[in-house]
Design a protein. Sequence first.
Length: 277
Amino acid sequence: MNVLLRAVLFVAVVAIFAVFSLGADAQPKKVRLGVEGAYPPFSEIDTSGKLKGFDIDIANALCAQMKVECVFVQLAFDGMIPALNSRKIDAVIASMSITDERKKAVDFTDRYYKTPAQFVVKKGSTLEVTPAGLKGKRVGVQRSTIHDRFVGENFKSADIVRYTKQDEVFLDLASGRVDAAVLDMIAAQVGFLKTPQGKNFHFVGPVYDDPKYFGVGAGIALRKGDNSLREDFNKAIAAIRANGIYKKIQDVYFDFDVYGTAAATAAAAATNATAKK
């Protein structure tokens, strides 16, 4: 075997090893995560301009568990899935509920929390949460959310006002530009009812958690077929649940197990009852 042939074979062997090494380490070193930054207590911007919230802390914990660098990309909620499918981001951690409708466009990890929904109105309001009771009434909702679809299909006679951000719903509800709003109960409590602008408002009507509209919990959205990254996230979710990190993060924001549907519903309902006294 001459020197030239040996050199060619050496280069080929090195290339083969490089390919196998790349395959064994297919996990990206950087993962671009779509986040909202306008949905307290899950995701918001603090006074110094930094992202904070339950979603953000969970994302950081998952990235540390996966040993990858996660880069946050702040987006409007209704732009998350288009950005994901156009490869501007690699995943979405934005309290996005796992629903059959969304699964037509993206894949999801296992859930990382689940909470119910309810209407919010001004104290003293005589509105009844029925299709007839809300006929012609202005109901605020964040665009492209599970709550948007729910109110659109079940309260068709209402005047539905859609907003890009949840805090815009709160502003118009406080100012009287809408008569009611429907949203996640925990987001309503922390982001509105416990703030000065929400002190004269409360929950009304049933607690909603029908999987047809509200899914099976909030998960991390990924592009269809991105199975490796999805499994890495699933393993990381299970790991932080098992090692206590999840609970430490949860306890910063909530005094109940936000992961479980029954516990979250019961806690939210208890707060609702207290607020009405």
